[in-house]
Design a protein. Structure first.
Length: 152
């Protein structure tokens, strides 16, 4: 029992630490997209932790649909030491849509929703890790994420 407790003290303890945005353009099949990506920062708050989180995955839920999101580096499962950015959604300004990425195995799909359709809805974000203590799910209104996100 004591060994279990001592080992548990060395596991990364994760916490959500605010919303961030990144503005940019991407070339897609329909031309250039003017997009803004929105992320939630995940940090390790355990100062005694040894090693990194392992295969940390993020899930974003909206309207009873859950998306397996990806991290800023494009991977669905991330291993990190101090902090990482999980993509929540991206806003396509040209088509006025909010888009959610969903990773299934090696493939990735995107689902678009009208800006007006989901701006006032709640988004829930949760984490799962092979190694790491995950925080309780975070729920926030889409509108608040957009208005309060800080530039990366």
């Amino acid at each position: 029992m004591i060994i279990y407790i001592l080992e548990r003290r060395r596991i990364p303890k994760l916490q959500f630490a605010g919303f961030f945005r990144s503005d940019g353009s991407e070339v897609g099949t329909t031309g250039v997209k003017d997009i803004t990506r929105f992320f939630v920062k995940v940090i390790n708050v355990n100062k005694r932790s040894e090693g990194k989180t392992k295969e940390c995955m993020g899930f974003v839920s909206l309207d009873n649909k859950t998306y397996r999101s990806d991290w800023q580096d494009g991977y669905a499962g991330n291993t990190f030491g101090k902090e990482a950015l999980l993509q929540v959604f991206f806003l396509n300004k040209k088509s006025n849509t909010i888009n959610f990425s969903h990773t299934i195995g090696a493939g990735k799909t995107e689902e678009s929703k009208s800006y007006d359709e989901c701006i006032h809805n709640n988004i829930s974000i949760r984490l799962e890790c092979e190694r790491g203590q995950c925080p309780k799910p975070l729920t926030e209104r889409t509108e608040n994420i957009i208005n309060n996100a800080v530039g990366v």
